[in-house]
Design a binder for this molecule. Structure first.
Ligand SMILES: NC(=O)c1ccc[n+]([C@@H]2O[C@H](COP(=O)([O-])OP(=O)(O)OC[C@H]3O[C@@H](n4cnc5c(N)ncnc54)[C@H](O)[C@@H]3O)[C@@H](O)[C@H]2O)c1
Length: 333
């Protein structure tokens, strides 16, 4: 499918990955409508598109049938990224389910009604739970550890069901952990890399929950966004489910050491705290199937991506203490 000239809806487009996806789609000649309720997304992530006639922002919720019907009008391709996150799900399981699972059915229903050509459902590696073997192909069992993982699994099951029952062209993408500019350090949306960068820049303790032997496969956010685009462009993805990861595994302990080193504040140090509830112990992707089918490849090495991310935080206009004040440590509590 040629995306240039298509009308595209990005749910959650003001968020971290969503805003990079919007950048990519605008660059490729799409007309992009964003639906976001700004729970965690920020308009400033998209402010550089404000005067572009091919960009439109709609403030609304994926759980509201009226909003969903309104934004779906005239849309050729949907990228569904709106969600509430892992740590949010620990304190607010039902709300998390409503947005991540029920919101997905609502969007699928409206997409079918309005004859959308393609629906890219952004799921997550969290649907797997802890790796039983590595690297993890798409056939690895799904045993989510959190309500977030479970609600993402429900959402992707609905997407596949809309393909098999109604013939809607749905594709499920399971990104492994993404990092990069615009990632969240704040509140319950905060993720390990941005939280640790902000703490290290302030000369504070970088927090490692548990023994630090947990591993993740981190992908630079622009690569993740390009993977979502590649899924839409390919004519061989309908009804299928794919991993996108970097094929690069690092322990959280090692990651914390690297962040302290790259940030370069001599006062920064590492502290171990209790385990996070529902923490997945190991994630390491095998994305071979997707790479072969679409010719997508992660292009940014972890060291290069981490350096860019640290620089982005250093260039932020806010005072360091302000950023630190937004970081909540054990952010599921
Ligand atoms: N960040 C990662 O490491 C990662 C890894 C795997 C999968 N994912 C998936 O990628 C997608 C984007 O994640 P992200 O990291 O950019 O998170 P994010 O929180 O930055 O983006 C989600 C966006 O959804 C919006 N949103 C929340 N509730 C909404 C609602 N009811 N209606 C409309 N918009 C709503 C938020 O305001 C936010 O802008 C999600 O589907 C997530 O599950 C992320």
């Amino acid at each position: 499918m040629e995306l240039s000239g298509k009308n595209v809806l990005v749910t959650g487009g003001a968020g971290f990955i969503g805003s990079h996806l919007v950048d990519q789609l605008i660059k490729q000649g799409c007309t992009v409508r964003v639906l976001d309720n700004l729970t965690n997304g920020k308009l400033k992530n998209l402010s550089h598109h404000e005067n572009n006639s091919r960009y439109e922002f709609v403030m609304g919720s994926v759980t509201d049938p009226f909003d969903v019907a309104l934004v779906m009008e005239g849309i050729d391709v949907v990228f569904h990224l709106a969600c509430l996150g892992v740590r949010h799900s620990i304190r607010h399981p039902f709300e998390n389910h409503r947005v991540n699972a029920e919101g997905t059915v609502l969007l699928l229903q409206e997409a079918r009604k309005q004859h959308v050509m393609k629906f890219i459902h952004c799921s997550s590696s969290e649907v797997y739970g802890t790796a039983q073997w590595v690297p993890m192909t798409e056939t690895h069992p799904t045993h989510p550890c959190t309500v977030y993982g479970a609600s993402k699994l429900a959402g992707e099951a609905y997407a596949r069901a809309y393909h098999s029952t109604y013939g809607l062209n749905t594709v499920v993408i399971r990104p492994f952990n993404a990092y990069g500019p615009r990632s969240h350090h704040e509140g319950d949306a905060g993720e390990i890399i941005p939280k640790s960068i902000v703490r290290a820049m302030n000369g504070e303790a970088v927090l490692v929950f548990g023994d630090g032997l947990q591993t993740r496969d981190f992908t630079y956010v622009e690569d993740t966004a390009k993977g979502l685009v590649a899924a839409a462009e390919s004519d061989h993805t309908a009804g299928l489910t794919f991993n996108i990861g970097s094929n690069f595994e690092i322990s959280i302990g090692k990651l914390a050491e690297k962040i302290v080193e790259v940030v370069g504040n001599p006062a920064a140090h590492i502290t171990h705290l209790e385990n996070r509830p529902g923490d997945v112990l190991r994630l390491y992707a095998d994305s071979t199937t997707f790479c072969k089918l679409t010719s997508w490849q992660p292009a940014v090495s972890f060291d290069a991506g981490l350096a860019k991310t640290v620089q982005w935080f250093k260039d932020r206009p806010e005072k360091l203490s302000e950023l630190f004040g937004q970081e909540s440590g054990a952010n599921w509590q």
